[in-house]
Design a protein around this ligand. Structure first.
Ligand SMILES: *Cc1c(COP(=O)(O)O)cnc(C)c1O
Ligand code: SF4
Length: 459
């Protein structure tokens, strides 16, 4: 109480050691006119580069366009590898100038952005023998074309099949494509009827409260269509939540700044939703910290100021973000620009991209490292969208995981009770003995029967 007691030295607690530079790295965003290192963009000023129409018009769709754009930045052997890769890839290729400019062309083989969008013949691996397991299950949960009603209270609506870029790892590679302006318009016109069918179904199911508008990609919807779809859904008394999903903020963030009509349509829906007590959010898809620059920061700041909340869903991709420090940096950087990291998905079992998948164990290890790096609400859940229609499962929640043979067994009691769902690790990541076992169809079936029997024993 007296002045004296204040001066009694209290024992000095050892200070927490200062954090290293890695704890601040997330704030270190790419600045300036970084695109000018690309030969085709060396005279492009800021206003032009940020313009969304310029970005669309200069997107790279062929090996010739890519070669013309990067010229001698990439070694000739790489160009040849890419040319062969383009011809064997299951997906169309479409890369925005923003993405092209962020690729480190002195290391194109290992660059995380190149890996996501530009196929190389030399990196392709054979598909997993059980890859086709997923087929038909999309239809099973599809009451009308372009609408997936898998869970009780939420559904996925796919109003378009075009995207601002095409990702090599896309789950919907069978449906996504068509890339000229003409094709786009024709698609949208013929889509009107399909949309009406989907709306009628959604309105007829009182248990449906939550709609994900995905695609394709909502970035490709003209502002008018986006507003129309949003307003139609907001008008339905059963609908309480809408998420508008777009890869756009990650691959062409400047559109938010320059396509005023689109951004205003989005903001308008969010405001309209708020008045009605309904939640409208933007969901996006960043995979690597290099994708986030000063342009992204400005775009996300604009949305934040206007009251648009943004969540992120990443895919865990080999050679892109399958490393604990990279994922930690991505998560912190997303938090820094007010984007909530929501999910990290196991890579789906998609054709022709075995080189991009990781093991379930990798996801578990990275999740362990990332949790504790930042606020809990900014820490993503790592999920496996169970092949066969089980829906998203927490990667840790397997009923059995045969690490040796790379078989994870999941169940989904509230989605598809009484069934097992299997996810397979990529075979080239297994031991030589396990790789041998996968060569024989009989042993394959035995390994699978054994894993599901063990999952059942655990009950
Ligand atoms: C992912 C998904 C949803 C949304 O699921 P959340 O876990 O709520 O994000 C809805 N429907 C389908 C078919 C999905 O794949
Ligand atoms: S943006 Fe989404 S839907 Fe489009 S190609 Fe990429 S992953 Fe597929």
């Amino acid at each position: 109480m007296s002045a004296l007691s204040v001066s009694i030295p209290t024992p000095v607690r050892p200070l927490k050691p200062p954090a290293g530079p890695e704890a601040l790295e997330h704030m270190n965003l790419r600045q300036g006119e970084f695109w000018r290192v690309i030969p085709a963009y060396k005279d492009v000023d800021s206003d032009t580069f940020l313009n969304h129409l310029w970005q669309y018009q200069h997107s790279v769709k062929t090996p010739e366009e890519l070669q013309h754009t990067v010229q001698d930045l990439a070694p000739p052997a790489f160009i040849e590898d890419m040319r062969a890769g383009f011809h064997r890839a299951p997906m169309n290729v479409r890369v925005s100038p923003y993405m092209i400019a962020l690729i480190d062309w002195s290391n194109p083989y290992t660059d995380p952005i190149r890996t996501q969008f530009i196929p190389l013949a030399s990196r392709l691996l054979p598909d997993h023998p059980k890859l086709s397991l997923d087929s038909l299950h999309e239809l099973e949960d599809s009451p009308t074309p372009g609408l997936t009603h898998r869970y009780v209270d939420k559904a996925l609506f796919l109003p378009t099949n075009v995207c601002p870029v095409y990702c090599r790892y896309c789950t919907r590679s069978y449906a996504i494509g068509g890339d000229t302006e003409v094709v786009e318009k024709a698609e949208l016109a013929t889509n009107q009827q399909r949309w009406q069918q989907a709306f009628a179904y959604i309105a007829s199911r009182p248990e449906l409260q939550d709609i994900v508008i995905s695609g394709g990609d909502a970035y490709q919807l003209p502002a008018k269509s986006l507003r129309k779809i949003g307003e139609t859904l907001l008008d339905m008394p059963n609908i309480r939540r809408i998420r508008i999903a777009s890869k756009g903020p990650a691959v062409m963030p400047s559109k938010i700044l320059t396509d005023t009509a689109w951004t205003e349509a989005l903001v308008g829906l969010v405001e309209c939703g708020r008045r009605l007590g309904k939640d409208v959010m933007l969901h996006t898809h960043f995979n690597h910290p290099n994708e986030i620059t000063w342009i992204t920061q400005q775009a996300m700041q604009l949305l934040f100021e206007r009251g648009v909340m943004v969540r992120n869903q990443s895919v865990l991709i080999r050679g892109v973000n399958d490393d604990a420090r990279t994922m930690q940096l991505l998560v912190r950087r997303l938090g820094y620009i007010n984007v909530h990291p929501y999910y990290v998905y196991m890579h789906d079992m998609v054709k022709g991209v075995e080189d991009l998948r990781t093991t379930v164990q990798t996801a578990i290890d990275i999740e362990k490292f990332v949790r504790g790096s930042t606020a809990g609400f900014n820490t993503p859940t790592f999920v496996c969208d169970a092949p066969g229609g089980g829906g998203k499962r927490d990667v840790h929640s397997y009923d059995y995981y045969d690490r040796e043979n790379g078989i994870a067994v999941y169940s989904a009691p509230s989605v598809k009770p009484g069934r097992w769902f299997l996810y397979f690790d990529p075979i080239d990541q297994l031991s030589p003995a396990a790789q041998e076992r996968w060569k024989d169809p009989r042993t394959q079936d035995e390994m699978i029967a054994d894993a599901t029997a063990r999952a059942a024993e655990g009950r």
